[in-house]
Write a protein that binds this ligand. Structure first.
Ligand code: FES
Length: 305
């Protein structure tokens, strides 16, 4: 008679779950910090997850491997009329395994239902390129050289006025064979209030083209923020008050003699003026966020936007 196995086979301790957990953590941090870190986390989680599952399935296979009864030669044959003891019916799918699988499955379903919407809202905007389409501001002849024009436009007409953006556009004259423009955002670099031009406007010559409005200025000495007194010069450099950097700018392109405004970007400061200005560019940052220097390291990590 076989002695009863008091110690059922279970997989031994393994480091794969630890590696898998580290991979998931790196992946989640990467979603906030950088796509490269997220990709690294995904790879770590996949590799360790694979090794973990392989270990588990091996252990299960060993546990269910049929045991070979050793043949024992006793020398005495059982009496012909003595029937061998009836074998208990084999359990086709152990109840413990069923409970384990259903608990895990339920956990995965609930986890997916909770995580998927949050993950979707977090990641989808990066792929939808919201508000990043170039917008036609009209013929470049509508922008007199050396003067700022206040341009407003809707990034998405279906959303209406809530999608309206404002920028200060100045034609700097030609640079080589191409026209040069300075397009400064009106979002204050302190807390995002709308900054105003420091000078009179030429309201009589306002132009309205579809969803674009162009209001020329007469002559301005910079920009000022009504909220906390932030001041900027005509290149958008901070000159006074609490703003932490220069005003953001917009990229632009010229197509068939028309000016198209593109994606916004942040600026730490600008050296020089007009078409020959050297713009110190950074990826778009939130108002109040330093983009360079020691302060930028002391600020909390910002989500991608
Ligand atoms: S929001 Fe402009 S100075 Fe504070």
């Amino acid at each position: 008679m076989q002695p009863h196995d008091e110690h059922p086979h279970v997989p031994g301790p393994s480091v794969w779950p630890v590696g898998f957990a580290i991979g998931v953590v790196v992946l989640l941090v990467g979603l906030i910090v950088s796509w490269y870190v997220a990709a690294l986390g995904a790879v770590i989680a996949l590799v360790f997850g694979f090794l973990w599952v392989r270990d588990l399935t091996r252990g299960t296979a060993l546990a269910h491997a049929p045991e070979v009864e050793p043949e024992v030669a006793t020398g005495t044959a059982p009496p012909a009329d003595e029937a061998p003891p009836a074998e208990p019916p084999a359990e086709r799918y152990p109840r413990s395994k069923f409970l384990e699988a259903s608990t895990l499955g339920l956990g995965v379903v609930i986890g997916g239902l909770v995580t998927a919407p949050a993950l979707g809202f977090m990641v989808a905007p990066a792929f939808l390129k919201q508000g990043s389409k170039d917008h036609d501001l009209g013929p470049i002849s509508d922008f007199p050289e050396g003067k700022f024009v206040i341009a407003t436009w809707m990034t998405d007409r279906s959303q209406g006025e809530v999608s309206r953006r404002t920028a200060f556009v100045r034609y700097n004259g030609p640079l080589g064979k191409l026209p040069s423009f300075t397009i400064i955002s009106n979002h204050c670099a302190h807390l995002g209030c709308p900054v105003q031009p420091n000078g009179p406007l030429d309201n009589k010559n306002t132009k309205q083209l579809a969803d674009v409005t162009l209001i020329p200025t007469v002559s301005i000495a910079g920009f000022g923020c009504p909220c906390h007194g932030g001041q900027y010069d005509t290149e958008g450099n901070r000159t006074a008050g609490p703003p932490v950097r220069a005003l953001d700018r917009y990229a632009f392109s010229i197509r068939n003699g028309r000016l198209f405004v593109g994606k916004p970007f942040s600026v730490s400061h600008v050296d020089g003026t007009g078409s020959t200005a050297k713009i110190h560019k950074w990826t778009l940052a939130f108002p109040g966020e330093h983009v360079n220097g020691l302060e930028s390291w002391l600020y909390p990590i910002q989500p991608p936007h």
